[in-house]
Design a protein around this ligand. Sequence first.
Ligand SMILES: *Cc1c(COP(=O)(O)O)cnc(C)c1O
Length: 361
Amino acid sequence: MERVHIFNAGPAVLPEEVLREAQADLFNYKGMGLSVMEMSHRSKEYQAIIDETEATLKRIYGLGDEHQVLFLQGGASMQFLMVPMNFAHEGKVANFINTGVWSKKAIAEAKKIGKALHVAASSEDKNFSYIPKGYELSDNPAYLHITNNNTIYGTEWHYDPEVPAGVPLIADMSSNFVSKPIDIDKYSFIYAGAQKNVGPAGAVVVIAKKDFLDTAASGLPSMLDYKVHTKAGSMYNTPPCWTIYMIGLVLKWVEEMGGLEKIATNNQVKAKYIYDAIDQSNGFYKGTVEPEARSLMNVTFRMATEELEASFISEAKKVGMIGLKGHRDVGGCRASIYNSLPLPAAKALGEFMIEFMKKNG
Ligand SMILES: *Cc1c(COP(=O)(O)O)cnc(C)c1O
């Protein structure tokens, strides 16, 4: 059977080249007689894999010695808890910009552990259809947390926000990690679940400024303590070995594609196929967010009735396009078009949308 076009929100599509390389390595990794899944994480061979994965990420983002890369477990959801535990110190206030479901979950975790918090801006008044232009910090902010791409509502920050000197900027980049060049120096701490843009599920990637990491709380339970993970080189306990290996292959693929500039251009072309189909449909397809906030990773849209949406999703499936149903919290349709989605897949979806409209409009 041919592969289908995978518009899943996460776990999501992986590059065909990466899957084939992993397949070739699976049974017998580089002639060692075993797979990466069977190797000791303490072996020099596995150390080389994790080191190379880290080095590739550093090259892609141009990171130097002032940055620390970590591969952790528990997904981005664990970071919702670890970030306030480690960085929202007594007497300081965790600040958030609320742009949707994932921001709310981050806020909820900080609240659960009793941290002082403040919502510095929110787009909830218009059903999270935009990115707030300004924000108002509390007194004594510990940091400002943003959700860089809103996977469920389909909005994205298209710039790196300014923060006052001394206020660390923290970003959940789960769904647009490694998708475009960013001003990395503006961020004190970035985290991203791997399963959207850089690999299979099972790891969350952290990029943090070392001087910021140094301010983390001490004496926390080990698995929740960034200092412990940093000291142990992301191997305090058994790491998700296979996932990290796969992240390494995906990052190598990004490099071979030409890096962030090239990936970003590719992502813009892909998104345009679908947004054009929406914009030229005379309202048959209705984008759910303000055009200037449109995500290049998750394209969300609605049709006149839920029946029509259901028909769209099932017709698309018949021609080999899967994963187009919107998140269960918001309904409608969503095409996730991450880095690894090939350009012809996005083009095919744009064309399918036009065809479907002709038949049903
Ligand atoms: C998917 C997602 C998460 C949750 O990731 P897990 O790895 O499942 O915990 C958090 N934030 C954003 C922006 C996401 O897209």
